[in-house]
Design a protein around this ligand. Sequence first.
Ligand code: SAH
Length: 279
Amino acid sequence: MSPASRRSAGLPLAAAPSRTRPGFPVRLAGLGAPAPAVQAASLPAGPLAAALPGSRSLVPMPSGLGLDSSAVRQAMVARLAAQGLSEPAALQALAAVERHRFVDSALVNQAYEDTSLPIGLGQTISKPSVVARMLELLLQGRSRPLGRVLEIGTGCGYQSALLARLAREVYSLERLRALHEQARDKLRPWRLHNVHLILGDGMLGYPKGAPYDAIISAAGGESVPQAWLDQLALGGRLVAPVALVPGRQTLVVIDRTEQGCVQTVLEAVHFVPLKSGLA
Ligand code: SAH
């Protein structure tokens, strides 16, 4: 990381988060009680595993991508690596998850280009290099795998599917019912028992799953909601777009340390706005 600025954020610290696991399974809107947690490494083979040797995709490939979308993904990952993205686990996840299944059929041919694409209701799926960058930031320097992760902005569910491979439990909040339902339908065939999709206002976080090792937002406001800081575990990291200067979003990393929250401001980004309430 080459921070443009790094300083103690002086952010108000909440009471030290409890390390105690909340009762599981928790009740989650839309999905009912989740199935018991499984390690990302032992996820059942399915379409997500289609890129892995010896695995088969049970879902037919969409037309326009050819028979081997895994090769197209490998090429995308090679381009990301050439751009300097180097976190192996993040790149492996990007190589495995079939992005074309999360976009509109008319856009399938652009699914592996480094571009954001519309997913309906004025929202977009982030471009792969930005997704890779944020996942890299979450994973960087960790001595242990990610435990519980909070994702703000499920959108089409693509990043949730990536996180499923990188974290023990993923809690993903979406405020737009239609997108929440669409993501639930898209993810259903994968049977990702460690992904919990929740219809809710992400600005409030999701206390039931807290504390989180990582919080990642795909929507940006003018500041980081206090609830996110409160729900970040000690040693945890938050990555989000924030418009610290009105109209100019930058990627912000906040590490929660024994000494308080440390904020690092990184490069300029363009994400959809973080909005409150459900719609
Ligand atoms: N990672 C997503 C990106 C979706 S775009 C993907 O892979 O598709 C960001 C999403 O954040 C949008 O769907 C938007 O509706 C959602 N969003 C914005 N504000 C939110 C809030 N307060 N709570 C939950 N979701 C929010």
